[in-house]
Design a protein around this ligand. Sequence first.
Ligand code: FES
Length: 302
Amino acid sequence: MSESVKLPMKKGFGRTDRTDDWWKGPTAMAAYLGLMIVYATWRGFMESDILFFSELGASSCENWDSAKSFKDVSRCQTMSIEQESKWGTSHVLSPLYSPLIFPQSSWIPKDLWWLSPAMFILVFPAGFRGTCYYYRKAYYRAFFQQPTGCAVSKPWNEYSGEKGIFVVQNLHRIFMYIALIYLPILTYDLWLSVNFHDAPDGSADSFGISVGSLILLLNVILLTGYTLGCHAFRHVVGGGANNWSGTILNKAKYLMWKISTKLNERHKDWALISLFWVMFADFYIWICQDFGITDYVLIGGL
Ligand code: FES
């Protein structure tokens, strides 16, 4: 029977024989992920009716209690940009608030009406990213020091695996299925952002492209690249087939697997850039709405 052999590593947190700047990666990752988490939390609370957040977002609207749609709260919220034209109104909805669920709906218990719309939906994207294979590697190193780095001594003696609370990581495939549902929803938001509805004569000017719509377009592309390159998605489309050429379905699976594999090769890049862009899209919408910055219509619309 083989015996386990311990490598001759230096003892003490961060001690190592490595001579490269091994600490730069995890430190930068901790700063990046920390910033994203703080920003998303701040914005998630902003439209809630609690503490001083009530003064910031939609809950400070006079008509918030009876709001049923975008237009009801369009002048005093930071979730979406309302774009007026002679044809009607389009809107650029923040991906942090999509799909938009109004807390004060009849099917939601009154005790939960103080929640922000983002709180109903962010749990799923957060679960998807939190259980992602790439992010796990990143935040185990950046935040948990498990490990601190390859051949670098960590503060804990042993590695106990993904037990206890970490069994939730096994839900990644479920979160992936839910994340797939978000893609058509975000694409629909993109459609709404270019559709200056209610044009009485149906002319071409009823459509327009603003800076906000381009930001939403890039957001859909980046999130699609991230989601379809997911390891679990690749396994779903590529697994369970002994033959990739026999039927149309098998050929389609093979094509999907090849696309997913290509995206998967840069999964880290898709993961990090798409996260930044979701936050940036929300940031753009927030500052436009809160600080009176115009979302310029570049083509059509007005
Ligand atoms: S492994 Fe990263 S999203 Fe699935």
